[in-house]
Design a protein around this ligand. Sequence first.
Ligand code: HEM
Length: 501
Amino acid sequence: MVLWSLVLGALLVVIVGYVCLPGILRQRRPQEPPLDKGTVPWLGHAIAFRRNTFEFLKCMWTKHGDVFTVQLGGQYFTFVMDPLSFGPILKDAKRKLDFSQYARGLVLKVFGYRAINGNNQMIHSASTKHLMGNGLEDLNKVMLDSLSLIMLGPKGRSLDASCWREDGLFHFCYDILFKAGYLSLFGYTKDKEQDLLQAEELFTQFRKFDLLFPRFVYSLLGPREWLEVGRLQHLFYKMLSVKHNQEKDGISNWICYMLRFLREQGAAPDMQDKFNFVMLWASQGNTGPTSFWALFFLLKHPEAMRAVREEATQVLGKARLEAGQSFPFQLSALQCTPVLDSVMEETLRLRAAPALFRVVHEDYILKMASGKEYRLRHGDIVGLFPYLSVHMDPDIHPEPTAFKYNRFLNPNGTRKVDFHKAGKKIHHYTMPWGSGVSICPGRFLALSEIKLFVLLMVTYFDIELVDPDTPMPPVDPQRWGFGTIQPTHDVRFRYRLQPTE
Ligand code: HEM
């Protein structure tokens, strides 16, 4: 017994030593950024980082300056906080900083999808063909039909539609955007009523997964939550399976293109199902929350709401929606809305907070705009968190926490693109979509669908907060780094279709 305890104890010491020793031994070498390993072996600062990425990085930035390396769960991350120095990291012509290695690990862990070679290029070429230009125009039509179906029902406007209804604004926006986005991209069957029910069920399950997602990524789930995540993953594989797809019409060209590519590369059907889950997540996880913030900011800023409504009347004319009708909407109007465009940019500046990562493939010299050079080690990860270093920089965006609907408008009403830092024009003045090789390929579709939804809401509906003095809900600190952040709680609002005279 004593012998066994000794053997086990020794084994434990060897394992802990093996895992922690590289961290304990690691020292800052000449020309490397300041190194902060934290006090806990191996874990380093992982707990503080995961609890609140924004506050943690703010604190490290104050302590170490524009570049620093921190230990997070046995891995070393170098954060670069000076946006004037982002260019070489994002362009990285010599391909020493790799996005796909990091992304591959993440999608395998979270969605069970083992990325094939050329995955990233395949997604981006499918998106250039089908989520931009003519492909986007076709999808906008489908999206308008989907929004009409979901917001008005299969028979168009009903007679009792003008009575007030109450809901949580976050739930309302996420539910509608999710269902419209899902049906438009993943297709319909012949039975629309059944499709709506299936989309509703999918959204209920999606929200369960969504709530567990940040802690799942960081491996912080309890045993029951692990089981729940496993159940949800299998449910999504089934509900999105390519076998089911065969019964559908109108699957978007975007999805069809990518699935065809996977088949041609010999990906097994179960991998294709998992790929669909990744695409559902990427395409639906941010649009609903962003629409919520856009509408909420408008409801809290009447001057912004007036300006958007005025613009909507100018481009769409006086709106009327008769019984049995679906929305009569000129999609070309989406190209003529500088005020709403500015509202969208401002909403994303305030609420989109992705963290961008690149794995250092070979030892790398990071050249800062100041002329200073840092040596980065092979195997470490470079991280950018533009929300803190760009979106909230008062030099680039005065009063950065305030919502200013016309921040991105020139005095003559055109789009403002001139922003400065330390007297220099800055290229990356907001980065809600990431940048470089990993820039969101769905950004044009995302903007179109959110704008379409907001325009429908302000044009055809009366909307108001149940309590006009309701304060801004706090943001959930676990969401920093994962795209659009979410509120900790919902906000009650009421809405009705404007009565016909
Ligand atoms: C407001 C809505 C959206 C936001 C804020 C957003 C933001 C982002 C961000 C920050 C990334 C990752 C960048 C990185 O890791 O460097 C990303 C990736 C991605 N997004 Fe979006 N996105 C939105 C909507 C959409 C939509 C509607 C689609 C598709 C229809 C989409 C498809 C994708 C895909 C496929 C990727 C992965 C790209 C890759 O692996 O290279 N996104 N998005």
